[in-house]
Design a binder for this molecule. Sequence first.
Ligand code: ADP
Ligand code: MG
Length: 373
Amino acid sequence: MALIEFEHVFKHYPGSPSAAVDDLNLHIQAGEFLTLLGPSGSGKTTTLMLLAGFEAPSAGAIRLDGASIESLPPHQRNMGVVFQSYSLFPHMTVAENVAFPLSVRKVAPSIIAEKVNAALTKVHLENLTHRKPNQLSGGQQQRVALARALVFEPRLVLMDEPLSALDKKLREEMQLEIRRLHRELGVTMVFVTHDQSEAMTLSDRVAVFNQGRIEQLASPKDLYDSPANPFVANFLGDNNMLECTLDEGLPTGASAGTGRVRTASGQTVLSRICTTKALEKNDEVKLCVRPEFLQVASSSAALATPNCLRATLLDLIHQGDHWRLVAQLEGVAQGSKEAPQWFAKISPGALPAGLMVGQNLCLGFRPEDAWVF
Ligand code: ADP
Ligand code: MG
């Protein structure tokens, strides 16, 4: 049995035309690190607040160990919560902040001292116990918030964008700290972020949110290697996309395979087909290729694949460990909504010599490195 079950959960805020959480079905396994990833407004915080008990669902059931928790107030749910803003009590010391959840639970003072010490040691703050929050850096304040969420040994730790106020270097350092804590404590963690790299660093599984619904729930690797749709392909990792029409569909009854698509300028390429819809010839489809899978050559004969899209080189940018090459695809209709520019990530050794901005080139890719949705 899953530790947490959301069954057909809806949340409508009064006066809002659409549901913030729209028929959510989600099982959270004991001990896992689950991340809710999605753009701003996609319902991540609302989902976390429903779980913590700060919001009530409009419909549906939320269960902990198989028992409904809707009637339980937040402090009886045994969940530690860390918010984006540090939300520490400014007049209390570090130790007093961390002791707070235990004092509320009427734990004996001698035990409180011991547990506070242990929690602060876990987050490497044992030497700052007497400081006030305004005497700490942003990273240290989030460590205190984390210690306060862990100190009463909750079943779940819920975190809502806890690192988003920190600069990049500190954020990456804290991500490794949170990974370590999860590994050492084995506590179930549910983490909210809009940052795909943070989600990939931390998570056993990621739920990709869009408009109050989960688009896909899978491990970071599976999301990256096998996105279920263009939204996931675009949200996790970089992606080039092109509106095409299907030249040849799959045989009737087949659910996966390779198909040929035609671009607006009449070029055809082969690609994996990755949709659950039954496609027919001349259906509109989206061709997706990640920039690192593109090969570049001045002529199609120089490519290691028969798949080639003709393009014009717009820009070539040195990014240290790779070149970023920006190209305008041939003949994509002017004024079309789809960006007619694709970009490729080319390792220094694979860049053809003497490329000039403005020249024609071929973008190649293997059929198995592309998706058609
Ligand atoms: P996220 O955390 O992914 O950015 P939220 O869960 O905060 O998304 O918001 C989901 C949707 O619900 C948004 O459209 C947001 O404007 C709306 N919303 C969130 N909180 C409230 C509220 N208290 N009252 C009305 N609408 C809200
Ligand atoms: Mg939010």
